[in-house]
Design a protein around this ligand. Sequence first.
Ligand code: NAI
Length: 212
Amino acid sequence: MKENSNKVPEAVIRRLPRYYRYLSELFINGIDRISSKELSIRMGITASQIRQDLNNFGGFGQQGYGYNVKELHQAIERIIGLNKQNNMIIIGAGNVGQAIANYTNFEAKGFKLKALFDTNPKLIGLMIRGIEILDIDKLTQEFVKQNSINVAVLCVPKNNAQTVANKAMECNVKALWNFAPVDIKVYDDVVIENVHLSDSLYTLCYKMNSSK
Ligand code: NAI
């Protein structure tokens, strides 16, 4: 399944978390199966779009039966990679870094926070949920290897973000979750995902103003 992932369109990849969310909800509510029509109504996309999307991963569901919720939920969990543990570090233990560290739901989904890193002597040595804020100098290839770190969360000011990203990549971290408002250049074998809350807020703002 993973071997095909390069060919999966970005738009489909972006819809996967939403499928996962809806199926988690159905699963939690004890619903065993759902017709493609019902799922499409709930999600606000067409049944054919759902079929097309899922066909990228081999296709699921049966004509006249619909989807087995548990099976599809597990399949999407595997496709996304949420069935494995991922070990994270947070670089920049300020407002955003601490907020992410305090949010325990990521851990429930297998993203285990192993350490936070910062340069501020006032923060170094403090614990958040029992996890220590370490001096950035302690971030080494050895640390990454020993703790099997695969994700670095970048929560530093934008002017330091590329330097910090370079450091993480030099230490062999292969995935960056970037909160700094800057485009980071990454090595060919490194993946990056940017989070910009302000984009979402500005979109809301546009909608508020254009609907008047
Ligand atoms: P903050 O100033 O509270 O925290 C930044 C931390 O990074 C500080 O503790 C600082 O000591 C540390 N730091 C600076 N250089 C470092 C380095 N080279 N290595 C390790 N640590 C270093 O800032 P805040 O509010 O937490 O914001 C962090 C970043 O997130 C900023 O780039 C900000 O623009 C961005 N941000 C992004 C949002 C989003 O939607 N993606 C929302 C809010 C903020």
